[in-house]
Design a protein around this ligand. Structure first.
Ligand SMILES: NC(=O)c1ccc[n+]([C@@H]2O[C@H](COP(=O)([O-])OP(=O)(O)OC[C@H]3O[C@@H](n4cnc5c(N)ncnc54)[C@H](O)[C@@H]3O)[C@@H](O)[C@H]2O)c1
Length: 357
């Protein structure tokens, strides 16, 4: 069963839970807006369903509310930040703001951010830069649980390590390529498990290393492992994310036996480039235009109405869900209400806020 919620009241309900967990009002608002936006864009895996985990992480001490990024190096176009285990929704925004300012000043900025709590949808951070006319490239690792098997291995050794490339496009909405290097995002398997859905073969192996379509192997013990997308190609990209997001940032790589902690830490390398400063601006605009026009002349394959570019499906879903409401399945909603119990916020208050009362 699913319930449809409107954006503004749902945001206020989530904001109330985060605030009850000890966050200042600005932080509670930023976290709620960020998560609800992920739902609006169709990435329910990185939406309000994360709240139970965030609250558990706060209560365990693995997530430190009201933290801000601390520079360990601030040297022109090089910026290294410690995320201090703070809410990624705040740390990510403040870190990107610093990287954007430096990219505008110096033409580019290489920013590392280690040790931040979950950054959510990485596209959110690229979008901040593209909104200012900048290119933004992100490699991210995940310190949470080993969930993905290496190519040629049968047990999980690393996380769903996302990567993202945002490019501003002349005269139209930006290109925002943003995905996990696992064949499917961990959170999507949680959503599939909550809904009782199966997943296509080729994305998951069971605890014996056999292909399976049962998402439980990604959600409850005995754990199997996810596979990287695109065989050795996605696997290589996942390792690049671990080395750049985890090792280069100083935040750390995953090399542990299983953890029962609820916190999800991310490390990120972000490269922000101002195309105007490269002196190729006119060619960039012209060639982008020529290529996109050419690309879109491709005849749609069976089952497709037109060829899309990254970012387009999210914009389409945002329009639909803003109009019709955000669907939330019953299991996810009950988990959110249990999170409210844990921070002593009455369920009736959350229900009332979510329904606009
Ligand atoms: N913070 C973390 O630890 C973490 C970890 C993993 C994933 N994530 C996030 O999870 C989210 C979901 O990841 P995912 O792997 O499920 O993404 P996905 O498989 O849904 O792929 C999304 C990307 O593909 C593009 N796309 C989709 N359909 C398309 C089409 N028909 N034509 C052209 N482009 C198309 C989208 O615009 C988007 O860029 C991402 O936002 C990612 O950043 C975060």
């Amino acid at each position: 069963m699913e319930t449809l919620f409107q954006t503004a009241p749902l945001t206020r309900a989530i904001e109330a839970i985060v605030a009850a967990g000890g966050s200042e009002p600005r932080e509670a608002k930023l976290v709620a807006e960020n998560l609800v936006t992920a739902n609006l864009l169709g990435h329910d895996s990185h939406g309000i369903g994360m709240i139970p985990r965030y609250i558990d992480a706060v209560l365990e001490g693995g997530l430190a509310p009201n933290s801000h990024p601390k520079p360990t190096l601030d040297a022109g176009a090089l910026l290294a930040l410690d995320g201090c285990k703070g809410y990624g929704q705040v740390i990510g925004g403040e870190a990107m703001q610093m990287a954007i300012e430096r990219a505008k000043k110096h033409g580019s900025c290489v920013m590392t951010l280690g040790n931040t709590h979950h950054l959510g949808r990485i596209g959110h951070w690229a979008e901040m830069a593209v909104a200012q006319g900048l290119v933004s490239i992100h490699f991210v690792n995940v310190i949470s649980h080993a969930r993905v098997a290496p190519y040629g291995g049968r047990d999980a050794r690393f996380g769903t390590n996302p990567c993202c490339i945002g490019i501003p496009l002349p005269g139209e909405a930006p290109f925002v390529l943003d995905y996990a290097t696992s064949a499917v995002a961990q959170g999507k398997l949680r959503v599939a498990h909550n809904k009782g859905d199966k997943v296509p073969l080729g994305r998951l192996i069971d605890d014996e290393g056999n292909p399976t379509h049962d998402p439980r192997y990604a959600v409850i013990a005995p754990y199997g492992a996810m596979l990287a997308f695109g065989e050795h190609k996605g696997y290589g990209m996942a390792i690049a994310c671990e080395l750049l997001g985890g090792a280069l940032s100083g935040g750390g790589t995953w090399h542990y036996e299983e953890s029962n902690k609820q916190r999800v830490l991310n490390g990120m390398l972000a490269i922000v480039i101002d195309p105007k400063r490269l002196g190729t601006e006119a060619a960039f605009e012209r060639e982008t235009r020529l290529f996109l026009d050419w690309l879109r002349k491709s005849r749609p394959a069976p089952g497709f109405d037109h060829v899309r570019t990254a970012g387009e499906p999210e914009r389409e879903l945002r329009a639909k869900r803003t109009r019709d409401g955000i669907p939330v399945d019953e299991t996810t909603w009950q988990e959110i209400l249990r999170a409210a119990d844990k921070v002593k916020l009455a369920r009736s208050r959350v229900e009332d806020l979510a329904r606009g009362k």
